[in-house]
Design a protein around this ligand. Structure first.
Ligand code: ADP
Length: 464
Protein backbone atom coordinates (compact mmCIF):
# COMPACT_ATOMS: atom_id res chain seq x y z
CA UNK A 1 0.00 0.00 0.00
CA UNK A 2 0.98 3.65 -0.27
CA UNK A 3 -0.40 6.72 1.44
CA UNK A 4 -2.42 9.30 -0.40
CA UNK A 5 -2.54 12.72 1.24
CA UNK A 6 -4.55 15.86 0.58
CA UNK A 7 -2.80 18.90 -0.91
CA UNK A 8 -5.33 21.11 0.90
CA UNK A 9 -3.62 20.74 4.29
CA UNK A 10 -1.21 17.84 3.86
CA UNK A 11 -3.48 15.47 5.85
CA UNK A 12 -3.54 11.70 5.37
CA UNK A 13 -6.53 10.48 3.31
CA UNK A 14 -6.14 6.72 2.97
CA UNK A 15 -3.89 3.85 1.95
CA UNK A 16 -4.11 2.69 -1.64
CA UNK A 17 -2.84 -0.52 -3.25
CA UNK A 18 0.64 -0.23 -4.68
CA UNK A 19 0.46 -2.41 -7.77
CA UNK A 20 3.54 -4.21 -9.08
CA UNK A 21 4.15 -6.27 -12.22
CA UNK A 22 2.21 -9.32 -10.96
CA UNK A 23 -0.89 -7.20 -10.27
CA UNK A 24 -0.60 -5.57 -13.70
CA UNK A 25 -0.37 -9.01 -15.26
CA UNK A 26 -3.54 -10.12 -13.44
CA UNK A 27 -5.35 -6.98 -14.63
CA UNK A 28 -4.27 -7.51 -18.26
CA UNK A 29 -5.42 -11.14 -18.09
CA UNK A 30 -8.76 -10.02 -16.69
CA UNK A 31 -9.12 -7.47 -19.52
CA UNK A 32 -8.13 -10.05 -22.14
CA UNK A 33 -10.67 -12.60 -20.94
CA UNK A 34 -13.52 -10.05 -21.18
CA UNK A 35 -12.50 -8.66 -24.57
CA UNK A 36 -14.27 -11.15 -26.89
CA UNK A 37 -17.74 -10.77 -25.36
CA UNK A 38 -17.46 -6.99 -24.85
CA UNK A 39 -16.30 -6.54 -28.46
CA UNK A 40 -19.18 -8.57 -29.86
CA UNK A 41 -22.21 -6.34 -29.27
CA UNK A 42 -22.14 -2.60 -29.94
CA UNK A 43 -25.70 -1.92 -28.83
CA UNK A 44 -25.10 -3.61 -25.47
CA UNK A 45 -22.06 -1.36 -25.08
CA UNK A 46 -24.10 1.75 -25.90
CA UNK A 47 -26.72 0.86 -23.29
CA UNK A 48 -24.18 0.37 -20.50
CA UNK A 49 -22.26 3.50 -21.43
CA UNK A 50 -25.40 5.67 -21.28
CA UNK A 51 -26.11 4.24 -17.86
CA UNK A 52 -22.55 5.10 -16.75
CA UNK A 53 -23.16 8.70 -17.88
CA UNK A 54 -26.31 8.80 -15.74
CA UNK A 55 -24.53 7.36 -12.69
CA UNK A 56 -21.76 9.97 -13.01
CA UNK A 57 -24.30 12.80 -13.12
CA UNK A 58 -26.21 11.40 -10.14
CA UNK A 59 -23.05 11.09 -8.07
CA UNK A 60 -21.67 14.54 -8.96
CA UNK A 61 -21.29 15.66 -5.36
CA UNK A 62 -19.51 12.50 -4.18
CA UNK A 63 -17.19 12.41 -7.19
CA UNK A 64 -16.41 16.11 -6.81
CA UNK A 65 -15.72 15.88 -3.08
CA UNK A 66 -13.35 12.92 -3.46
CA UNK A 67 -11.54 14.54 -6.35
CA UNK A 68 -11.18 17.85 -4.51
CA UNK A 69 -9.83 16.17 -1.36
CA UNK A 70 -7.30 14.22 -3.41
CA UNK A 71 -6.25 16.81 -6.04
CA UNK A 72 -7.04 20.19 -4.42
CA UNK A 73 -9.03 21.40 -7.42
CA UNK A 74 -11.95 23.69 -6.56
CA UNK A 75 -15.20 21.80 -5.91
CA UNK A 76 -17.16 24.24 -8.09
CA UNK A 77 -15.22 22.66 -10.93
CA UNK A 78 -14.82 19.02 -9.79
CA UNK A 79 -18.52 18.61 -8.96
CA UNK A 80 -19.54 20.90 -11.83
CA UNK A 81 -17.89 21.13 -15.25
CA UNK A 82 -15.74 18.04 -14.69
CA UNK A 83 -18.75 15.81 -14.02
CA UNK A 84 -20.74 17.31 -16.89
CA UNK A 85 -17.92 16.75 -19.39
CA UNK A 86 -17.07 13.28 -18.09
CA UNK A 87 -20.69 12.13 -18.33
CA UNK A 88 -20.90 13.83 -21.73
CA UNK A 89 -17.99 11.75 -23.02
CA UNK A 90 -19.76 8.49 -22.12
CA UNK A 91 -22.94 9.74 -23.84
CA UNK A 92 -21.06 10.89 -26.94
CA UNK A 93 -19.16 7.62 -27.44
CA UNK A 94 -22.24 5.56 -26.51
CA UNK A 95 -23.77 7.11 -29.63
CA UNK A 96 -20.89 5.69 -31.66
CA UNK A 97 -20.73 2.21 -30.13
CA UNK A 98 -23.59 0.78 -32.22
CA UNK A 99 -22.69 2.65 -35.44
CA UNK A 100 -19.23 1.29 -36.19
CA UNK A 101 -19.96 0.32 -39.77
CA UNK A 102 -17.42 -0.86 -42.26
CA UNK A 103 -17.32 -0.12 -46.00
CA UNK A 104 -16.92 -1.90 -49.31
CA UNK A 105 -14.43 -1.15 -52.05
CA UNK A 106 -15.35 -1.80 -55.71
CA UNK A 107 -13.13 -4.53 -57.23
CA UNK A 108 -14.83 -5.36 -60.51
CA UNK A 109 -17.59 -7.85 -61.08
CA UNK A 110 -16.21 -10.95 -59.48
CA UNK A 111 -14.66 -9.74 -56.27
CA UNK A 112 -15.86 -7.84 -53.25
CA UNK A 113 -13.64 -6.09 -50.72
CA UNK A 114 -15.00 -5.52 -47.21
CA UNK A 115 -13.23 -3.10 -44.93
CA UNK A 116 -14.05 -3.62 -41.28
CA UNK A 117 -12.71 -2.17 -38.08
CA UNK A 118 -12.13 -4.39 -35.11
CA UNK A 119 -10.99 -3.71 -31.57
CA UNK A 120 -7.38 -4.25 -30.51
CA UNK A 121 -8.40 -6.25 -27.43
CA UNK A 122 -6.65 -4.82 -24.37
CA UNK A 123 -5.59 -1.15 -24.30
CA UNK A 124 -3.26 0.25 -21.63
CA UNK A 125 -4.21 3.72 -20.43
CA UNK A 126 -2.06 5.88 -18.19
CA UNK A 127 -3.46 9.11 -16.75
CA UNK A 128 -2.01 12.19 -15.04
CA UNK A 129 -3.16 13.90 -11.84
CA UNK A 130 -4.54 17.25 -13.00
CA UNK A 131 -8.13 16.29 -13.98
CA UNK A 132 -8.45 12.75 -12.58
CA UNK A 133 -12.13 12.05 -13.38
CA UNK A 134 -12.08 13.76 -16.76
CA UNK A 135 -8.78 12.15 -17.72
CA UNK A 136 -10.19 8.72 -16.83
CA UNK A 137 -13.40 9.35 -18.82
CA UNK A 138 -11.39 10.69 -21.78
CA UNK A 139 -9.50 7.40 -21.92
CA UNK A 140 -12.22 4.92 -21.00
CA UNK A 141 -15.16 6.15 -23.13
CA UNK A 142 -13.70 5.94 -26.68
CA UNK A 143 -11.67 2.82 -25.84
CA UNK A 144 -14.58 0.73 -24.58
CA UNK A 145 -17.05 2.16 -27.14
CA UNK A 146 -14.93 0.56 -29.87
CA UNK A 147 -15.16 -2.84 -28.15
CA UNK A 148 -11.80 -2.88 -26.40
CA UNK A 149 -11.24 -3.58 -22.74
CA UNK A 150 -8.63 -1.70 -20.78
CA UNK A 151 -6.28 -1.46 -17.86
CA UNK A 152 -6.08 2.09 -16.54
CA UNK A 153 -3.43 3.41 -14.19
CA UNK A 154 -4.39 6.70 -12.58
CA UNK A 155 -1.63 8.98 -11.30
CA UNK A 156 -0.17 8.09 -7.90
CA UNK A 157 -0.98 11.61 -6.64
CA UNK A 158 -4.74 11.31 -7.31
CA UNK A 159 -5.93 7.68 -7.44
CA UNK A 160 -9.17 7.97 -5.47
CA UNK A 161 -11.84 9.29 -7.84
CA UNK A 162 -10.96 6.69 -10.49
CA UNK A 163 -11.68 3.96 -7.93
CA UNK A 164 -15.08 5.51 -7.21
CA UNK A 165 -15.73 5.74 -10.95
CA UNK A 166 -14.96 2.02 -11.24
CA UNK A 167 -17.58 1.27 -8.61
CA UNK A 168 -20.13 3.46 -10.44
CA UNK A 169 -19.42 1.70 -13.71
CA UNK A 170 -20.00 -1.64 -12.02
CA UNK A 171 -23.32 -0.36 -10.64
CA UNK A 172 -24.24 0.80 -14.15
CA UNK A 173 -23.93 -2.80 -15.39
CA UNK A 174 -20.44 -2.78 -16.89
CA UNK A 175 -19.38 -6.45 -17.06
CA UNK A 176 -16.44 -7.46 -14.87
CA UNK A 177 -13.06 -7.24 -16.53
CA UNK A 178 -13.90 -4.56 -19.11
CA UNK A 179 -12.30 -1.73 -17.12
CA UNK A 180 -9.49 -2.68 -14.74
CA UNK A 181 -7.83 -0.11 -12.50
CA UNK A 182 -4.30 -0.54 -11.17
CA UNK A 183 -3.14 2.08 -8.69
CA UNK A 184 0.55 2.64 -8.14
CA UNK A 185 3.68 4.35 -9.38
CA UNK A 186 5.02 4.92 -12.88
CA UNK A 187 8.09 2.72 -12.66
CA UNK A 188 6.41 -0.11 -10.68
CA UNK A 189 2.97 -0.30 -12.33
CA UNK A 190 3.06 1.94 -15.43
CA UNK A 191 6.21 0.44 -16.94
CA UNK A 192 5.10 -3.23 -16.76
CA UNK A 193 1.73 -2.21 -18.20
CA UNK A 194 3.40 -0.53 -21.20
CA UNK A 195 5.68 -3.54 -21.70
CA UNK A 196 2.98 -6.22 -21.31
CA UNK A 197 2.86 -8.44 -24.42
CA UNK A 198 -0.94 -8.78 -24.36
CA UNK A 199 -1.54 -5.03 -24.55
CA UNK A 200 -2.50 -3.96 -28.08
CA UNK A 201 -2.05 -0.20 -27.81
CA UNK A 202 -1.04 2.43 -25.25
CA UNK A 203 -2.85 5.67 -24.50
CA UNK A 204 -0.90 8.06 -22.30
CA UNK A 205 -1.48 11.57 -20.97
CA UNK A 206 1.27 13.24 -18.98
CA UNK A 207 4.62 14.94 -19.28
CA UNK A 208 6.60 15.02 -22.51
CA UNK A 209 9.56 13.37 -20.77
CA UNK A 210 7.52 10.32 -19.72
CA UNK A 211 5.75 10.34 -23.11
CA UNK A 212 9.10 10.03 -24.88
CA UNK A 213 10.08 7.17 -22.61
CA UNK A 214 6.80 5.32 -23.20
CA UNK A 215 6.99 5.82 -26.98
CA UNK A 216 10.53 4.37 -26.95
CA UNK A 217 9.32 1.34 -24.94
CA UNK A 218 6.36 0.92 -27.29
CA UNK A 219 8.74 1.09 -30.23
CA UNK A 220 10.62 -1.95 -28.92
CA UNK A 221 7.47 -4.09 -28.98
CA UNK A 222 5.95 -2.21 -31.97
CA UNK A 223 2.81 -1.14 -30.15
CA UNK A 224 0.90 1.93 -31.25
CA UNK A 225 0.80 4.92 -28.91
CA UNK A 226 -1.55 7.83 -28.34
CA UNK A 227 0.27 10.57 -26.43
CA UNK A 228 -1.24 13.75 -25.03
CA UNK A 229 1.67 15.70 -23.57
CA UNK A 230 2.64 19.14 -22.40
CA UNK A 231 2.17 22.62 -23.79
CA UNK A 232 3.39 26.19 -23.56
CA UNK A 233 0.45 27.75 -25.32
CA UNK A 234 0.24 31.40 -26.35
CA UNK A 235 -2.64 33.82 -25.92
CA UNK A 236 -2.18 36.58 -28.49
CA UNK A 237 -3.91 39.94 -27.98
CA UNK A 238 -3.98 42.39 -30.91
CA UNK A 239 -4.70 46.08 -30.39
CA UNK A 240 -8.10 45.72 -32.11
CA UNK A 241 -9.30 43.11 -29.56
CA UNK A 242 -11.92 43.57 -26.87
CA UNK A 243 -9.22 43.99 -24.21
CA UNK A 244 -11.45 43.33 -21.23
CA UNK A 245 -12.69 40.03 -22.65
CA UNK A 246 -9.17 39.08 -23.66
CA UNK A 247 -7.90 39.82 -20.13
CA UNK A 248 -10.72 37.77 -18.64
CA UNK A 249 -9.73 34.88 -20.91
CA UNK A 250 -6.04 35.19 -20.03
CA UNK A 251 -6.82 35.21 -16.30
CA UNK A 252 -9.14 32.20 -16.57
CA UNK A 253 -6.76 30.23 -18.78
CA UNK A 254 -3.74 30.92 -16.57
CA UNK A 255 -5.26 30.44 -13.13
CA UNK A 256 -7.94 27.76 -13.48
CA UNK A 257 -6.97 24.62 -11.61
CA UNK A 258 -4.04 26.67 -10.25
CA UNK A 259 -2.48 26.63 -13.71
CA UNK A 260 -2.31 22.82 -13.86
CA UNK A 261 -3.92 22.46 -17.29
CA UNK A 262 -2.04 21.20 -20.34
CA UNK A 263 -3.89 23.61 -22.68
CA UNK A 264 -3.37 26.62 -20.38
CA UNK A 265 -2.54 29.71 -22.49
CA UNK A 266 -0.42 31.44 -19.85
CA UNK A 267 2.16 32.75 -22.34
CA UNK A 268 0.43 36.03 -23.07
CA UNK A 269 1.62 38.10 -26.06
CA UNK A 270 0.20 41.62 -26.29
CA UNK A 271 0.44 44.33 -28.96
CA UNK A 272 2.85 46.96 -27.65
CA UNK A 273 0.40 49.87 -28.01
CA UNK A 274 -2.18 48.32 -25.67
CA UNK A 275 0.17 46.60 -23.23
CA UNK A 276 -0.45 48.89 -20.26
CA UNK A 277 -4.19 48.92 -20.77
CA UNK A 278 -4.28 45.13 -21.07
CA UNK A 279 -2.16 44.63 -17.96
CA UNK A 280 -4.49 46.90 -16.00
CA UNK A 281 -7.49 44.82 -17.12
CA UNK A 282 -5.67 41.62 -16.07
CA UNK A 283 -4.85 43.02 -12.63
CA UNK A 284 -8.44 44.14 -12.12
CA UNK A 285 -9.75 40.77 -13.26
CA UNK A 286 -7.30 38.78 -11.11
CA UNK A 287 -7.79 40.92 -7.99
CA UNK A 288 -11.06 39.18 -7.18
CA UNK A 289 -9.79 35.60 -7.66
CA UNK A 290 -10.60 33.53 -4.62
CA UNK A 291 -7.75 31.27 -3.51
CA UNK A 292 -8.19 29.01 -0.51
CA UNK A 293 -10.08 25.94 0.68
CA UNK A 294 -11.16 24.14 -2.51
CA UNK A 295 -14.04 22.44 -0.64
CA UNK A 296 -15.66 25.89 -0.29
CA UNK A 297 -18.00 26.30 -3.29
CA UNK A 298 -16.97 29.97 -3.61
CA UNK A 299 -13.27 29.12 -4.07
CA UNK A 300 -11.87 29.35 -7.59
CA UNK A 301 -8.27 28.29 -7.01
CA UNK A 302 -7.00 25.62 -4.65
CA UNK A 303 -3.52 24.33 -3.88
CA UNK A 304 -0.94 22.73 -6.18
CA UNK A 305 -1.34 18.95 -6.28
CA UNK A 306 1.88 17.93 -4.48
CA UNK A 307 4.98 19.22 -2.72
CA UNK A 308 7.06 18.13 -5.73
CA UNK A 309 4.95 20.20 -8.15
CA UNK A 310 4.98 23.17 -5.79
CA UNK A 311 8.78 22.97 -5.65
CA UNK A 312 8.91 22.81 -9.43
CA UNK A 313 6.80 25.97 -9.78
CA UNK A 314 9.01 27.71 -7.20
CA UNK A 315 12.17 26.64 -9.03
CA UNK A 316 10.91 27.86 -12.42
CA UNK A 317 9.83 31.23 -11.01
CA UNK A 318 12.83 31.74 -8.73
CA UNK A 319 14.75 33.97 -11.13
CA UNK A 320 11.89 36.28 -12.13
CA UNK A 321 10.08 39.01 -10.23
CA UNK A 322 6.33 38.69 -10.38
CA UNK A 323 3.39 40.52 -8.93
CA UNK A 324 0.97 38.64 -6.66
CA UNK A 325 -2.42 39.57 -8.01
CA UNK A 326 -5.04 38.04 -5.70
CA UNK A 327 -3.99 39.73 -2.49
CA UNK A 328 -7.36 40.31 -0.88
CA UNK A 329 -8.73 36.82 -1.47
CA UNK A 330 -5.55 34.82 -0.94
CA UNK A 331 -6.30 32.45 1.95
CA UNK A 332 -3.98 29.46 1.96
CA UNK A 333 -4.50 26.74 4.57
CA UNK A 334 -1.66 25.70 6.88
CA UNK A 335 0.17 22.65 5.54
CA UNK A 336 -1.43 23.11 2.09
CA UNK A 337 0.61 23.37 -1.11
CA UNK A 338 -0.53 26.84 -2.16
CA UNK A 339 1.15 29.14 -4.67
CA UNK A 340 -0.21 32.69 -5.08
CA UNK A 341 -1.56 33.73 -8.51
CA UNK A 342 1.22 35.77 -10.06
CA UNK A 343 1.73 37.91 -13.17
CA UNK A 344 5.26 38.29 -14.53
CA UNK A 345 5.91 41.08 -17.04
CA UNK A 346 9.69 41.03 -17.32
CA UNK A 347 11.76 37.88 -17.81
CA UNK A 348 14.70 36.72 -19.92
CA UNK A 349 13.51 35.23 -23.24
CA UNK A 350 15.82 32.23 -23.03
CA UNK A 351 15.14 31.34 -19.37
CA UNK A 352 13.56 28.08 -18.17
CA UNK A 353 10.66 30.28 -17.06
CA UNK A 354 10.11 31.40 -20.66
CA UNK A 355 10.66 27.98 -22.27
CA UNK A 356 9.34 25.31 -19.91
CA UNK A 357 5.78 24.40 -19.03
CA UNK A 358 5.26 25.90 -15.55
CA UNK A 359 2.01 24.13 -14.57
CA UNK A 360 1.33 26.67 -11.84
CA UNK A 361 -0.75 29.87 -11.49
CA UNK A 362 1.75 32.14 -13.23
CA UNK A 363 1.05 34.39 -16.23
CA UNK A 364 3.97 35.55 -18.39
CA UNK A 365 3.24 38.72 -20.38
CA UNK A 366 5.37 39.90 -23.29
CA UNK A 367 4.74 42.55 -25.94
CA UNK A 368 5.13 42.47 -29.74
CA UNK A 369 5.54 45.26 -32.29
CA UNK A 370 4.12 43.70 -35.48
CA UNK A 371 1.85 40.88 -36.62
CA UNK A 372 4.86 39.01 -37.96
CA UNK A 373 6.52 39.20 -34.56
CA UNK A 374 3.32 38.00 -32.88
CA UNK A 375 3.14 34.82 -35.01
CA UNK A 376 6.83 34.21 -34.65
CA UNK A 377 6.78 34.54 -30.84
CA UNK A 378 3.61 32.42 -30.64
CA UNK A 379 5.35 29.59 -32.50
CA UNK A 380 8.69 29.99 -30.73
CA UNK A 381 8.29 26.89 -28.55
CA UNK A 382 8.93 23.19 -28.88
CA UNK A 383 5.28 22.57 -27.96
CA UNK A 384 2.19 22.88 -30.16
CA UNK A 385 -0.93 22.09 -28.18
CA UNK A 386 -3.17 25.18 -28.31
CA UNK A 387 -3.31 28.89 -29.03
CA UNK A 388 -5.85 31.62 -28.33
CA UNK A 389 -6.04 34.77 -30.46
CA UNK A 390 -8.00 37.93 -29.67
CA UNK A 391 -8.81 40.31 -32.51
CA UNK A 392 -11.75 41.96 -34.28
CA UNK A 393 -10.05 41.58 -37.65
CA UNK A 394 -11.23 38.78 -39.92
CA UNK A 395 -7.87 38.87 -41.66
CA UNK A 396 -5.98 38.27 -38.40
CA UNK A 397 -8.40 35.52 -37.39
CA UNK A 398 -7.75 33.81 -40.70
CA UNK A 399 -4.02 34.31 -40.31
CA UNK A 400 -4.21 32.75 -36.83
CA UNK A 401 -5.72 29.58 -38.28
CA UNK A 402 -3.05 29.38 -40.94
CA UNK A 403 0.00 30.49 -39.01
CA UNK A 404 -0.28 28.95 -35.53
CA UNK A 405 1.61 25.66 -35.23
CA UNK A 406 -0.70 23.92 -32.79
CA UNK A 407 -3.58 21.47 -32.63
CA UNK A 408 -6.30 23.78 -31.29
CA UNK A 409 -6.75 27.41 -32.34
CA UNK A 410 -9.25 29.42 -30.30
CA UNK A 411 -10.30 32.73 -31.85
CA UNK A 412 -11.93 35.17 -29.42
CA UNK A 413 -12.44 32.32 -26.98
CA UNK A 414 -10.37 29.92 -24.88
CA UNK A 415 -10.91 26.36 -23.55
CA UNK A 416 -14.07 26.02 -25.63
CA UNK A 417 -14.24 22.31 -26.52
CA UNK A 418 -16.82 19.54 -26.66
CA UNK A 419 -16.72 15.75 -26.69
CA UNK A 420 -16.84 15.99 -30.50
CA UNK A 421 -13.93 18.40 -31.04
CA UNK A 422 -10.70 16.50 -31.70
CA UNK A 423 -7.61 17.65 -29.79
CA UNK A 424 -4.29 16.74 -31.31
CA UNK A 425 -0.94 17.94 -30.02
CA UNK A 426 1.44 19.17 -32.71
CA UNK A 427 5.25 19.29 -32.38
CA UNK A 428 6.31 17.81 -29.00
CA UNK A 429 2.80 18.12 -27.53
CA UNK A 430 1.79 14.65 -28.61
CA UNK A 431 0.97 11.97 -31.09
CA UNK A 432 -2.60 11.06 -31.88
CA UNK A 433 -5.91 12.52 -30.86
CA UNK A 434 -8.31 12.84 -27.94
CA UNK A 435 -12.05 13.55 -28.26
CA UNK A 436 -14.16 13.38 -31.38
CA UNK A 437 -14.70 10.51 -33.80
CA UNK A 438 -11.00 10.80 -34.62
CA UNK A 439 -10.06 9.57 -31.12
CA UNK A 440 -12.19 6.46 -31.52
CA UNK A 441 -10.61 5.64 -34.88
CA UNK A 442 -7.30 5.07 -33.12
CA UNK A 443 -8.72 2.26 -31.02
CA UNK A 444 -9.75 0.06 -33.94
CA UNK A 445 -7.68 -1.98 -36.35
CA UNK A 446 -8.60 -2.09 -40.03
CA UNK A 447 -9.27 -5.49 -41.54
CA UNK A 448 -9.79 -5.90 -45.29
CA UNK A 449 -11.39 -9.07 -46.65
CA UNK A 450 -11.48 -9.77 -50.39
CA UNK A 451 -13.96 -12.40 -51.57
CA UNK A 452 -14.04 -13.74 -55.08
CA UNK A 453 -17.20 -15.16 -56.62
CA UNK A 454 -15.61 -16.15 -59.95
CA UNK A 455 -12.66 -18.45 -60.54
CA UNK A 456 -9.33 -17.18 -59.25
CA UNK A 457 -6.56 -17.42 -61.84
CA UNK A 458 -2.92 -17.45 -60.93
CA UNK A 459 -1.01 -14.47 -62.36
CA UNK A 460 1.73 -17.03 -63.15
CA UNK A 461 -0.62 -18.36 -65.82
CA UNK A 462 -0.74 -14.98 -67.59
CA UNK A 463 1.48 -14.66 -70.66
CA UNK A 464 2.59 -11.33 -72.09
P1 ADP B 1 3.61 14.38 -14.32
O1 ADP B 1 2.36 14.42 -15.11
O2 ADP B 1 3.42 14.15 -12.85
O3 ADP B 1 4.63 15.40 -14.65
P2 ADP B 1 4.29 11.88 -15.57
O4 ADP B 1 4.13 12.25 -16.97
O5 ADP B 1 5.51 11.14 -15.22
O6 ADP B 1 4.36 13.09 -14.62
O7 ADP B 1 3.00 11.10 -15.03
C1 ADP B 1 1.86 10.81 -15.75
C2 ADP B 1 1.49 9.34 -15.53
O8 ADP B 1 2.51 8.52 -16.07
C3 ADP B 1 1.34 8.93 -14.08
O9 ADP B 1 0.25 8.03 -13.98
C4 ADP B 1 2.65 8.22 -13.80
O10 ADP B 1 2.57 7.27 -12.76
C5 ADP B 1 2.90 7.54 -15.11
N1 ADP B 1 4.29 7.16 -15.38
C6 ADP B 1 5.42 7.79 -14.96
N2 ADP B 1 6.52 7.15 -15.39
C7 ADP B 1 6.10 6.08 -16.13
C8 ADP B 1 6.75 5.04 -16.87
N3 ADP B 1 8.06 4.94 -16.93
N4 ADP B 1 5.99 4.14 -17.50
C9 ADP B 1 4.65 4.22 -17.46
N5 ADP B 1 3.97 5.16 -16.77
C10 ADP B 1 4.68 6.09 -16.12
Amino acid sequence: MFETTSPIDGSFLMNVSRAKAADVDAAVRSAASSAPSWGADGSARATVMRQIANEIRQQARALGTIETLDSGRAIADTAGASVVHSAGLFDYYAGLADKLHGSTVPMGREATALVEREPFGVIAAIAPWNYPLLNAATKIAPIIACGNTLVLKPAEQTPLVTLILARLMQQAGLPDGVVNIVTGFGAEAGAPLVAHPDVGKISFTGSSATGRHIAAEAGRSLKGVVLELGGKSPLVVFEDADLQRAARAAVFSTFMNAGQTCTSCARVLVAHDVLEQFEAHCRAEAASLRVGDPLDPETQIGPIVSVEQLERVRRLTAGVSGEQVAKKEYRPIGGGHFFPPTIVSRFPADSDFAREEIFGPVMAIRSFQSDEEAWSLANDTAYGLAGSVWTSSLHRAEQARRRLQCGIVWINCVHSLSAGTPVSGHKTSGLGIEYGLEAADQYMKVKTTVMMSGAWNSPFATRL
